[in-house]
Ligand binder design. Sequence first.
Ligand code: DQA
Length: 143
Amino acid sequence: MKVLIIHGPNLNLLGKRDSSIYGEKTLEEINNLIKSRASQLDMEVEIFQSNHEGQIVDKIQDIVSKDYKGLIINPAAFTHYSIAIRDAIEILDVPVIEVHLSNIYKRENFRKESVIVPVCTGQISGLGYNGYLVAIDALKIIE
Ligand code: DQA
C-alpha cells in the first residue's frame, strides 16, 4: 500500500518555528519517524513538501495516475483559505487525512476554520508529530 504525505508552507522550517506550538523536531526528523512507522506496517510512503499552492495541487492530481491509496496532508496556512487545494482533494476517491501539529481550535480565530476538512475523511489536530503516525495507522486500518 503506497500513500502520499504532503507538508505545506513553512513546515520545512520546523525546528526553527515556535517550538511551544510546533514542537522541537525538524521536518527531516518527523519524516524519518513517518517512514519507520510506515515500514513497520508494510506501507510505502512518498513525502513531499512545498511552499507553493500550485505545486501542491499538481501533486494531489498525481494521486490517481500514481495509484496512491491514501493522502495525509498538513496544508499549513493553506488550510484556512485554499479553495484550489480543497477542489483538488474533492476529486479524489482515496481516504484523505488532514493533520495539524497544533490544535488549531485552541488558537487564533482565523486558524479555527479549515476550508479543506469538509472534503477529507478526517482530521487530527493537536497531537504534534504523533498526529502523522496516528494518520498512518488510520490509513492502514481503513484500507
Ligand atoms: C499548522 C497550523 C496552521 O494554522 C499553520 O499555518 C501552520 C501549521 C499545524 O500543523 O499546526 O503552518 O498546520
